[in-house]
Ligand binder design. Structure first.
Ligand code: ADP
Ligand code: CDP
Length: 222
């Protein structure tokens, strides 16, 4: 069976960075499922869909064509052929993505796309998000749940934004959003953010990135 590595955890725990590095090391594809929820949210905002109207979101979510490029050396994401890798990281999408991703029809559609990506990955895939181990790939080869203290996670996100030249007011707003999103993602009815019973918990608060990457590569090799 093809290799599937499922990596879940809250925002800023290191999922994207670690998953990409593990995929590159092992010659596997890489899938950032958060980018897909962000792309769906970007499309809703761009097309004037009322995010607070779950029925409107349910109907509209069938429309956008979302394509994820799964090369670990340069993942891409397009919506209706438009590269949205920049705008999906902005504060507008970040503020609304938890609401969009709580809508069951949105999840059903994106889960199907995610499984399709795994099926066509030539050597297997490292997929990261909130429900990889619990819902999307319950039979994954290896499951990891990354965590870190709220302080460490917020600090990493802030450092990342600062390096990009983002202003301090926006950084503070995005930090507040991170706490709110974690609470929303963990308490929603459909596919809440929880550790799968068989996922290995890795607390990255006191670990360097190379240490976390090595630990995950070892878990896959087991
Ligand atoms: P997530 O995908 O879970 O939101 P990211 O992979 O985007 O997290 O990581 C957020 C930031 O924290 C990135 O700038 C990344 O380089 C940094 N980071 C991740 N893991 C560690 C770690 N163990 N030690 C130090 N910095 C880390
Ligand atoms: O960048 P950050 O780690 O903060 O978030 P992300 O991984 O890009 O995910 C953005 C949002 O998408 C999350 O806050 C969740 O609401 C949602 N998401 C989800 O519901 N299920 C996934 N598998 C991945 C993301």
């Amino acid at each position: 069976a093809p290799v599937v590595v499922a990596i879940d955890g809250p925002s800023g725990s290191g999922k994207s960075t670690v998953s990409r590095a593990v995929a590159a090391r092992l010659g596997l594809s890489f899938l950032d499922t958060g980018a897909m929820y962000r792309a769906m949210t970007w499309w809703m905002l761009t097309n004037g869909i009322d995010i607070d109207d779950a029925d409107a979101v349910s109907i509209a979510c069938a429309k956008p064509v979302i394509v994820s490029g799964t090369d670990a050396d340069g993942p891409t994401i397009t919506v209706d052929g438009v590269d949205v890798s920049g705008p999906i990281r902005g504060p507008e999408v970040t503020a609304q993505v938890s609401a969009v991703s709580a809508v069951p029809a949105v999840r059903a559609r994106l889960v199907e796309l995610q499984r399709g990506c795994a099926e066509v990955a030539p050597r297997g895939i490292v997929a990261e998000g909130r429900d990889m181990g619990t819902v999307v790939f319950p039979a994954a080869t290896a499951k990891v749940f990354l965590t870190a203290s709220p302080e460490a996670r917020a600090g990493r996100r802030a450092a990342e934004l600062r390096a990009k030249g983002v202003d301090e007011a926006t950084i503070a707003a995005m930090a507040a959003d991170l706490t709110r999103r974690d609470a929303a993602d963990s308490s929603r009815a459909t596919a809440p953010l929880v550790r799968a019973e068989d996922a290995v918990l890795v607390d990255t608060s006191e670990l360097t990135l190379p240490q976390v990457i090595d630990a995950v590569v070892e878990l896959v090799a087991e």
